[in-house]
Design a protein around this ligand. Structure first.
Ligand code: ARG
Length: 462
């Protein structure tokens, strides 16, 4: 029951907030996750205050030690969080005061919760960029492992989800490795830009105390201090850049997940998921459901939702801090947790899945997948203009379709009835192995090219 004025800021208040006011105002139920960052920030701040002669060394030492005690209480689950104390900053400081008495009250000199929360949250998001990078590299390694196993396994390549041309399994796996590498680049880029310290911006205008912002920036692993105090306390671009990187990454995961759902269906049977990554149905005994893939496919929803929610919170906010910005955390926490979970699940699924090499090959050979090879042969061997070759091939496909057979099953005579110059050598290019082996252009699907790329990725990921 909040009927007493807040002990941290209640000097000018006669009474406490309404219970509903407390409920809407308090962030402690979720921002307690920032405790380690909050305490790291406060320890750096206290050390700097002492080094600058703003507080005594003995007070700073007591504060720095006391903060470690608070952290260990929190980590041991022995800390009682209080909604009346609103947020992690005031919960930690109030406990410090209980432990230390008066010196604890000196910690907040030349600081505000506005720069405090900005520094805490930046440190937290920075860690998540590192965690995402690590999880992405593990998923890349799992994909490279699959690519290596099947550098020359032939499968259908699709456009419009219609059989287009044969490709190699390894090539398909490495396509995702490339995508995920761009994700890593985006997180790394965001991390680099966010790595500047808002600490010392104080409430909004800076402070009259002779603080050393470079020292606190350095102590916290930042590249340097942010150069405008108004910007420093009101910027949440770092969180938005994290969320937009996470959104694109989750979109990639969702595409891969969709392929796994399709591939593991009874109609495709391209892959089998291991028991570890599938579930059964409580009514249909034959079912083996790719739930993990489906859930990964769905995670994009909440991650993109977080991105939209935060950019909406931030739009139109006047400088500098507004309490609206407290709504930044839950979105980012949820997006980060779910992204990391999805990445770990995907890495596990990919590492454990078994490709059905026979079915892949069979599917690759159907659907007239080597029609382009035939057209290319007409161009190369008979010097036919490509447009004409396309037309001749189209007639041959129609003939095969009519007879219910595949292209390589047409006889030479049947082919010659459409184009009399065709020779028996044409059959060389109609097989799927020759088809993929011939696509040796840079970045192409030929096993020789795929093996080059596998070697490059193994090097890069080592
Ligand atoms: N809990 C607040 C937040 O997350 C901390 C900053 C509060 N600042 C203030 N002036 N009330 O944004």
């Amino acid at each position: 029951m909040a009927d007493k004025a807040n002990t941290m800021w209640g000097g000018r208040f006669a009474g406490g907030p309404d219970a509903i006011m407390e409920a809407i105002n308090a962030s402690i139920s979720y921002d307690q996750r920032l405790a380690p960052q909050d305490i790291a920030g406060s320890r750096a701040h206290a050390a700097m205050l002492a080094a600058q002669g703003i507080i005594t060394n003995s007070d700073a030492e007591a504060i720095r030690e006391g903060l470690l005690t608070v952290l260990s209480e929190i980590e041991a689950g022995e800390f009682t969080f209080s909604a009346a104390l609103e947020d992690i900053h005031m919960n930690v400081e109030a406990r410090l005061r209980e432990i230390l008495g008066e010196p604890a009250g000196r910690l907040h000199t030349a600081r505000s919760r506005n720069d405090q929360v900005a520094v805490d949250f930046r440190l937290w998001v920075r860690d998540q960029c590192d965690a995402a990078d690590d999880a992405l590299s593990k998923l890349q390694s799992a994909l490279v492992g699959q690519a290596e196993a099947g550098a020359d396994w032939v499968m259908p390549g699709f456009t419009h989800l219609q059989t287009a041309q044969p490709v190699t399994w390894g090539h398909h796996m490495l396509a995702y490795v490339e995508m995920l590498d761009r994700d890593r680049g985006r997180f790394a880029d965001a991390r680099k830009r966010m790595n500047q310290s808002p600490l010392g911006a104080a409430a909004l205008a800076g402070t009259s105390f002779d603080i050393d912002r470079k020292a606190t920036a350095q102590a916290l692993g930042f590249d340097g201090p942010m150069m405008n105090s108004l910007d420093a306390v009101s910027d949440r671009d770092f969180a938005l850049e994290f969320l937009s990187s996470a959104t694109i990454c989750a979109m990639h995961l969702s595409r891969l997940a969709e392929e796994l759902v399709i591939w593991s269906s009874a109609q495709f049977r391209f892959v089998a998921m291991s028991d570890k990554w599938s579930t059964g149905s409580s009514i249909m005994p034959q079912k083996r459901n790719p739930d993990a893939a489906e859930l990964i496919r769905a995670k994009i929803g909440r991650i993109f939702g977080a991105n939209v929610a935060l950019v909406t919170v931030m739009k139109g906010l006047p400088l500098a801090y507004s309490k609206d910005m407290q709504e930044d955390k839950e979105q980012v926490f949820d997006a980060a947790d779910n992204l990391l979970l999805a990445l770990a699940a995907m890495a596990g699924m990919i590492a454990d899945m078994t490709a059905n090499v026979e079915n892949l090959r069979h599917a690759a050979a159907s659907g007239f997948s080597t029609a382009t090879d035939l057209a290319d042969w007409l161009v190369r061997t008979l010097n036919m203009p490509f447009r004409d070759a396309h037309h001749v091939t189209g007639s041959l496909v129609a003939m095969a379709e009519d007879k219910g057979i595949d292209l390589p099953d047409l006889t030479l005579e049947q082919m010659q009835s459409v184009c009399q110059d065709i020779t028996t050598e044409v059959f060389d290019v109609l097989g799927v192995d020759n088809s993929v082996a011939s696509r040796t252009s840079l970045g192409g699907t030929a096993p020789s090219r795929v093996r080059e790329q596998i070697a490059r990725w193994k090097d890069a990921l080592a």
